[in-house]
Design a protein around this ligand. Structure first.
Ligand SMILES: [Zn+2]
Length: 136
């Protein structure tokens, strides 16, 4: 006997890891895009997913890369402003502190989301009849 949904007792259930791996496909091909400057060709190495697979896919963490880049810019701005006024560098430095703090909060939330996701991904099932998600 197969597994059944605890909500509607349907046996049309599938493990979430299977949904994610079967719904995710690697695309590599040529795309034709028409932009403002006319038509163009390009190659893609993208990942395409079904809506269901996308719903259960791994959460994304904060983009530290962008924050680090912005921080460099802000430090240079602070050094430059210091030559004009001793107090002016406070503004870019405050922005930097804000950005780093924001990413730290995001990173904390991400860790919590990832823990939930891992549990669901490794032990979770999805019911095709009622849309219920459960762990077994
Ligand atoms: Zn169900």
């Amino acid at each position: 006997m197969g597994l059944s949904c605890p909500k509607c007792q349907s046996e049309q259930v599938q493990s979430i890891s299977v949904i994610v791996s079967s719904g995710t496909s690697l695309n590599s091909g040529t795309v034709v895009g028409i932009g403002n400057s006319g038509a163009g060709f390009g190659t893609t190495n993208g990942v395409s997913q079904t809506n269901l697979a996308a719903r259960f896919s791994r959460p994304r963490g904060p983009s530290w890369f962008l924050t680090i880049w912005l921080s460099f810019g802000l430090i240079f701005t602070a050094v430059w402003l210091f030559q004009i006024s001793k107090l002016a560098p406070i503004v870019p430095l405050a922005i930097m502190v804000y950005l780093v703090r924001r990413d730290l909060i995001k990173s904390k939330e991400y860790k919590a989301q990832l823990a939930v996701w891992e549990r669901l991904h490794n032990h979770g099932f999805f019911c095709y009849k009622c849309g219920n998600t459960f762990t077994a």
